[in-house]
Design a protein around this ligand. Structure first.
Ligand code: EPU
Length: 421
């Protein structure tokens, strides 16, 4: 185990390349299961969640080749093997194996997903979708077993516009008999990315990115080659880093449209932003105005940028309010920020943040985005070294973080954690 050491206080300058999106990759890799021949994914993020998925698919009999930012998955020899334990437990997004295995084999047995459990994250809408498609779902000591003699298309209204449930239903319904309609579907860009891959594999999906998705089931799906969309959350994190350190950073390989809600909020605070076709330049300023932010489903302000943005708001003059309407209690980073001198009070779904200077401390990342928020906080500290443990969470979602920060001029390194820590 390692810890991150950060000696902050430097304005970060330069260019950072954004990799493919984690939340697309962890859906696209299992989607490959539905094909009968090899699927090739480019622009792959080099993160531990991707390595875990490769391990899971190999365990199922697929041939997986990881080379640089490309993964090749040949699922032709894949078998229907129950996965009550093992690597599925390390990964929240292992729930996509339910939809993909159900589509391919008509059955799946998967241990309840692990990963970033910053609050209870139910999967009732996924299960409701599988049942609507004709599957029987049982929970046996924390393992979900799903079986369908035949999957049949259905009309499914999601109670909440869940990203995971929308994708899981698309995966299974691609191989169902007849038409499926998902109403109140999630509209995140990752949904469009998955639909694009599935269509290239032979599926018939229309309406991805809107609240109504129509899927015409097909009998067979084939391999193809697909490039993963840029990671908007990673990009947003670097935008916030540029602003927080009063730096000047060009964030390259992004789709600026995916970051509109963040861009608008940063501009409202006084950050200078220039948008190009595939890059965004963020120029920090000496002072920022406080703002109120509401994290919502896409195209609203992303909940995954809520924790990083909370840190930036500690650098604004006056009092800001950050509210999260996707997760009710995603503020596990706040006690750690308090150790660094932040003035934040959590009330229900909101954090009330008073601008102040932060100081170095020993802190712990408790989930991926909480970890990112601590990295940003540490980069603003101009006196002393901040030590961040729980780095394994950060490694789940930030490709090449330490080297990227160093290339921008940050003083950051990793150290091995001694047992007592
Ligand atoms: N929800 C339910 N029932 C369900 C599913 C979701 O009540 O069956 C609720 C959740 O509790 C939550 C809301 O619906 O309050 C939204 O959850 P959603 O299903 O959309 O989230 P998810 O698919 O589990 C993905 C991302 C998350 C991101 C959310 C929201 C992946 C692998 N994960 O999770 O990303 O926060 O969408 O945008 O795509 C991260 O990257 O750090 C991360 C946690």
């Amino acid at each position: 185990m390692e810890k991150l050491m950060i000696c902050g206080g430097r304005p970060l300058r330069g260019t950072v390349q954004i990799s493919g999106a984690k939340n697309s990759a962890v859906a696209l890799i299992p989607a490959a299961i539905l094909a009968e021949t090899e699927v090739v994914l480019d622009n792959l993020p080099l993160i531990s969640d991707v390595a875990t998925y490769a391990e899971i698919l190999e365990g199922l009999g697929a041939t997986v080749t990881l080379a640089g930012s490309q993964i090749r998955v040949d699922p032709s020899q894949l078998k229907s093997i129950p996965m009550p334990n093992g690597p599925v437990k390390k990964l929240r997004a292992s729930y996509y194996l339910m939809g993909a295995m159900l589509g391919r084999f008509g059955e799946a047995t998967i241990g309840m997903p692990g990963g970033c459990n910053f609050e209870p994250r139910p999967i009732d809408q996924h299960i409701k979708g599988f049942e609507a498609l004709g599957a029987t779902v049982t929970n046996d000591h924390g393992s979900i077993h799903i079986y369908a003699k035949e999957l049949r298309g259905a009309k499914i209204y999601l109670d909440v516009a869940s990203v995971g449930a929308t994708i899981n239903i698309m995966l299974a319904a691609s191989r169902a008999k007849g038409s499926t309609i998902i109403e109140n579907a999630a509209k995140e860009p990752e949904i469009i990315d998955v639909a694009t891959l599935l269509n290239a594999m032979g599926a018939k999906i229309k309406g991805a990115g809107t609240e109504t998705i129509r899927i015409e089931g097909v009998d067979r799906m084939r391999g193809c080659r697909h490039s993963i969309i840029p990671d908007r959350i990673q990009a947003g994190t670097y935008m916030i880093i540029a602003a927080a350190t009063r730096g000047d950073v060009l964030i390259d390989n992004v789709i600026p449209k995916h970051l509109e809600a963040l861009t608008a909020k940063l501009q409202e605070m006084g950050v200078q932003i220039e948008e190009m076709d595939e890059s965004i330049r963020v120029i920090g300023q000496p002072e920022y105005t406080s703002v109120d932010v509401k994290a919502l489903v896409y195209p609203g302000f992303a909940t995954d940028l809520q924790s990083p943005m909370t840190t930036l708001l500690t650098q604004a003059k006056g009092v800001s309010i950050m509210s999260d309407y996707v997760y009710s209690n995603r503020f596990k980073n706040v006690p750690e920020l308090l150790r660094m001198g932040a003035k934040i009070r959590v009330e229900g779904r909101s954090a009330i943040i008073e601008g102040t200077k932060l100081n170095a401390a020993k802190v712990k990342a408790t989930d991926l985005r909480a970890g990112a928020s601590l990295v940003i906080a540490a980069l603003t500290v101009d006196d002393g070294i901040t030590e961040i443990t729980g780095v394994e969470y950060i490694d789940r979602g930030y490709d090449n973080l330490v080297q990227n920060l160093r290339d921008l001029g940050a003083d950051v390194w990793r150290e091995t954690l001694v047992a007592a820590e």
